[in-house]
Design a binder for this molecule. Structure first.
Ligand code: MN
Length: 428
């Protein structure tokens, strides 16, 4: 049976609308209880399967990395560096061990109780050590919307956009795992009718709905990754919220690009969904016109059909609302093109590096991946069920990103990427 067959069933009961069926098996780093040593696991139904237990019991081996332990580690980097053949072999073994027909784990109550941890009790960590973080701008509707707001309709899309995947180097030290609170930053911003900038808490705290690409095998400095081999260098994907202070960003971004308006926090979801699990959800890319240059062209370039949504919940557990729904299909550039472009000058990627896709927006209102676009920088506020309105985020707001690919009677889901806004230092 194929590793993506809808007919695969686990001995664990996983309902059709659950995030983590046997067809998904995303990797993460967790502590069975808060404070306990972190190790690698996969999510299955309401449980986490502890791969360090299987490894210690001799039931799971990462090919080519027999010792020391690959999964009794607080990060996925060693496994990520093992490469696509090893990833596929481990995935096949995990599907076998979790399948309804395999007695090894199913019929061994003692092993089950050590290896399967209720997901509700675990503490999730960042999935890997992220050495470098790059953020792209591959969402063409977002690029046009923001260009229109910041530069006017005539200069909405820069002339280079359809030729070159635009990106900048972000900051990895402030990447945090879902659930971490995010403090409203202070900085310089200039109001349009004032002659000089002010210093203070941002008035325009925003989100960016993105996917994060986690690099598996890297490349040697000086040796580009060809576009047709680029997908083999991608370990998997996460949800990514690129928190942004628009007023700080607008004052600082020319000529060198984003800086303090972006690098105060980036939140990612803890479960890494593999490209192997997403294989059935490959889809065609939007038409690329003009045709890209040769090094960005290749057979088999694809998009991914991943539904995405943004929920905003005000402070005090008031009812929240989904304020945006879109799809990863809207990305102009493929993930492989981002990797090929990043390395075409010889720049080396390393296992655990993170590439943000850029904000993913659709063409229609309601499908925009940032408040800047949803509320048109204050012109069309977003209404919430409690009667309040948002142009940008308020203190106490909780933002939750969700993403999933829908199969016949199962879904390959990313779970959630969540963060709550804390007031600025000294109050805002
Ligand atoms: Mn971004």
């Amino acid at each position: 049976m194929s590793m993506n067959s809808p007919a695969l069933r686990s001995f664990l009961d996983v309902p059709p609308d659950a995030d983590f069926p046997i067809q998904n098996l995303p990797y993460g780093v967790f502590s069975p209880r808060a404070g306990e040593p972190a190790r690698v696991g996969v999510a299955i139904g309401d449980h986490v399967l502890d791969l360090s237990v299987l490894e210690a019991a001799g039931l799971l081996v990462c090919p080519g990395r027999e010792a020391p332990a690959v999964f009794a580690q607080p990060a996925l980097n060693v496994f990520m560096a093992a490469g696509p053949a090893a990833w596929r072999a481990v995935r096949a073994r995990l599907i076998e061990l979790l399948s309804a027909d395999t007695p090894t784990l199913r019929d061994d109550a003692a092993l089950r109780s050590r290896a399967l941890v209720p997901r509700a009790q675990v503490q999730m960590h960042l999935p890997c050590v992220i050495g470098d973080y790059t953020d792209f701008y591959a969402g063409i509707h977002h690029a046009m919307n923001v260009g229109r707001i910041f530069r006017g309709p005539d200069a909405a899309l820069m002339p280079n956009y359809r030729w070159i995947p635009i990106g900048y180097h972000g900051r990895s030290s402030s990447i945090v795992v879902s659930g971490t609170e995010v403090r409203r930053p202070c900085g310089q911003y200039k109001l349009p009718d004032e002659p000089a900038p002010r210093f203070g808490a941002t008035r325009e705290l925003d989100i960016e709905l993105e996917l994060g690409v986690l690099v598996g095998v890297g490349n040697t400095l000086g040796e580009p990754i060809a576009v047709e081999r680029a997908a083999e260098h991608i370990f998997g994907l996460v949800l990514l919220n690129d928190w942004s202070a628009r007023d700080i960003q607008q004052w600082e971004y020319q000529p060198l690009g984003p800086f303090l308006g972006k690098n105060f926090a980036t939140t990612i979801s803890p479960w890494v969904v593999t490209l192997d699990a997403l294989e059935p959800f490959r889809c065609s890319l939007p038409t690329q016109e003009p045709p890209p240059l040769e090094y960005l062209k290749g057979p088999g370039l694809c998009g991914y059909d991943i539904a995405l949504e943004v929920e905003l919940t005000p402070a005090g557990d008031k009812p929240g609302a989904v304020i945006a729904r879109t799809s990863a299909r809207e990305l102009y550039w493929s993930l492989a093109q981002l990797v090929a472009h990043h390395t075409v000058n010889g720049c080396n990627l390393r296992p655990g590096d993170l590439l943000g896709t850029g904000t993913i927006s659709g063409a229609a209102p309601g499908s925009y991946g940032s408040l800047l676009e949803l509320a048109q920088r204050g012109k069309t506020p977003v209404a919430l069920p409690d009667g309040s309105q948002r142009t940008f985020l308020r203190d106490g707001d909780v933002v939750t990103l969700r993403g999933w690919s829908q199969g016949a009677d199962y879904r390959v889901s990313f779970g959630e990427c969540r963060g709550r806004v804390l007031p600025a230092r000294g109050g805002s």
